[in-house]
Write a protein that binds this ligand. Sequence first.
Ligand code: ADP
Ligand code: ASP
Ligand code: MG
Length: 449
Amino acid sequence: MSNPLTIAKFGGTSVANYAAMQNCARIVAGNPGTRIVVVSAAAGITNHLVDLAHKAMTQDQISEVCQAITDIEYRILNELKDKDSVESKLNDLLDEVKKLAFHEEILHRNDLKDNLLSMGERMSSLMFSAVLAEQNVTTMNFDVRKVLRTDSEFGCAAPQLEAIRENAQALLKPEIDNAIVVTQGFVGADDEGRTTTLGRGGSDFTAALLAEAIDADVCEIWTDVTGVYTTDPRITAAAHPLPELSFEEAAEMATFGAKVLHPATMEPAVRKDIKVFVGSSKEPEKGGTWIVKDCENEPPFRALTRRKEQVMVTVKTPKMMYAQGFLQQVFGIIAKHKLSVDLVTTSEISVSFTLDNPANSVAQRLNRETIADLETICDVKVEHGFDLVTVVGNHMQTSKGVSSRIFAAVSDFNLRMICFGANPHNISFLVNESDSTEIVTILHKELFE
Ligand code: ADP
Ligand code: ASP
Ligand code: MG
């Protein structure tokens, strides 16, 4: 059998510097099945670009941030064996960064913001193909915008699957016979050729979308942890890697805040039954997590996730008891803004729901617009400072003792909202952000240690 066709994606810390890029290049060169490489921006770059795109700064401050970006890229450039062939291309990209950063409309035009945000991936793919070429393989740096068609929702663009497939089959697939193709995660282009981005952490999603479009067998996500863990190892050192996960479990984890996978990563994998591997680019010998359609065992408790920066919105109308269709109006407004609501409770005169509200995100802007619309029909209270904690597992509504075990363990804490039973794979609750680390640690001890 020939080697399974593989797409390898390397995240920000994996391409943070020359030495880290070399680890990744060895992983790619060591697997003859790997024909496409998707890279994120080097660690720190996208955060700098987000600052430039969102914060009002003085000219000096803008220059300082541009210099910080230049320094990160030049540290990599200066270690390249064949620096001369890359330097002028890098300088062109850095000039583009500066031009956009100083553009007088940058804080007000979403198309310019996305153009600026895309620069990190455009620079790192240039550098990574040079590092990969040092492993004596033929490489090419491919502009993903030729293939990854999206709508025009700058900042959280949605992929257009048919166009992506068509473009990938016509333009990308022929290239992989001749070279290992290095391309950019996170970035796309709309019908008019304007640059778009898929939302923070979107490079995982890019890799899965390209895997789907070229009928790959495996999508590897190389990052800074040795797989998907029982919970974020930054929350508790007792977290441990999981050798295997099902598509459903991984999708729940990604949706509910396991940052190691962008929330939408599993969608293309599920559609095309593509195996997903998660491992550490620094320690590939340690193996990692295989995410597959069906796992051998389906334990009731598999993992815990936390999603930070949640807001709780309570809408209230004294007329609700009589006002037919109030709920419909509320959810109509939410739907109009394409928001997804995770937890909902209703009482006779009020409805409360939670919204994901990360800083400087498109979601945050949409939340603001939604709340303004809701205020035209009812009283609205918005409370900040919550995290969403989710227990991920299997058969959770039908297994005995599942909820009692969870809720007994966290009985000392105030749970503001609970969602149990809407889905066999999760139980979620909203907690005060100051309690969430302790809650996850205690629950982890109860369920996984
Ligand atoms: P990359 O830049 O490679 O995309 P990310 O920072 O986006 O990396 O994701 C990796 C991080 O995800 C880890 O460092 C870890 O802190 C966090 N994380 C959250 N939940 C989990 C989990 N369940 N398992 C592993 N890592 C997790
Ligand atoms: N560079 C982008 C970000 O930091 C995308 C990614 O890393 O996946 O959000
Ligand atoms: Mg990531």
